[in-house]
Ligand binder design. Structure first.
Ligand code: ARG
Length: 258
């Protein structure tokens, strides 16, 4: 995770961002700290990277890379405003001793667009990560990658439209995907939890699950109830200040899978 010390909305690279919107950095910090403490209370280890001044979106750590089986691939950002985050996160990944940690060849925004479900990697494209990066990730990790096309600019990263709940279960908003990608999701996950627009619009799908506890936006009340019904243990948190940059729980979290 990366503390939001330099968080602000100074540019707009997604429809959630309105430059000039006031940001309460103190509140962002308290909400972010509460998320960090939630993970600790659930028994997870949390590593923190030093935030770099001038990189307001660095708080969205998910975009910093992809780590699977102790191997790490860095990120290459689409927008110039975030480009310097790539090397900053890569330096952390290298120092953490992750195998093969290197810069990617193609545009990829890390776990924003790559989600691991069991032995599979789901990969988003359409707004940020390029299809060429999907092939690169498949080669680098030696895992099957399934490409999914995003079509709604509000859900510009895969992790805003789909949540991984456990090794075989996902929740997603069908309308965020192209018709053919919806068919792919239906055949891969016939028992998926289908989310509605209202929950997705508060970034409820931008969730982190350990297979049982699902940390997600408290405002996604429908999803919280649906998860409980399915036997998951929803853990609602409030990241309203960070939503101003277009990010939620998952965006603030890069999973380091050993
Ligand atoms: N403002 C950031 C951007 O548009 C938000 C990134 C959110 N991260 C995520 N994993 N969806 O790039």
């Amino acid at each position: 995770m990366c503390p939001p010390d330099h968080f602000t909305v100074a540019y707009a690279i997604n429809p959630w961002m309105r430059p000039g919107t006031g940001v309460d950095v103190g509140l962002a910090r308290r909400q972010w700290d509460a998320l960090r403490c939630t993970y600790l209370e659930l028994g997870h280890a949390v590593e923190v990277i030093d935030p770099v001044p001038g990189l307001p979106d660095m708080v969205y750590a998910a975009n910093g890379g992809l780590v699977v089986g102790g191997r790490a691939l860095g990120a290459r950002f689409v927008h110039a405003e975030r480009a310097a985050e790539g090397p900053a996160y890569l330096e952390w990944l290298v120092r953490a001793g992750l195998e093969g940690a290197r810069e990617p060849e193609h545009l990829n925004e890390g776990e924003g667009d790559f989600l691991v479900v069991g032995g599979l990697i789901l990969a988003g494209t359409g707004f940020r990560t390029s299809p060429a990066a999907h092939a690169e990730v498949q080669g680098f990790f030696g895992r099957r990658v399934v490409s999914l096309e995003l079509v709604d600019p509000r859900f510009y990263h895969l992790d805003t439209a789909l949540a991984v709940l456990d090794d075989s279960t996902v929740a997603y908003l069908p309308a965020a995907f192209s018709r053919s990608s919806r068919q792919v999701l239906e055949s891969l996950f016939p028992d998926a939890l289908i989310a509605d627009e209202r929950d997705a619009a508060v970034l409820g799908l931008n969730a982190v699950s350990d297979g049982r506890h699902v940390v997600l936006a408290a405002a996604a009340t429908g999803l919280v109830a649906a998860l409980r019904e399915r036997g998951f243990d929803p853990v609602p948190v409030d990241l309203s200040e960070l939503l101003k940059g277009g990010g939620g729980v998952k965006c603030c979290t890069l999973e380091v899978r050993s």
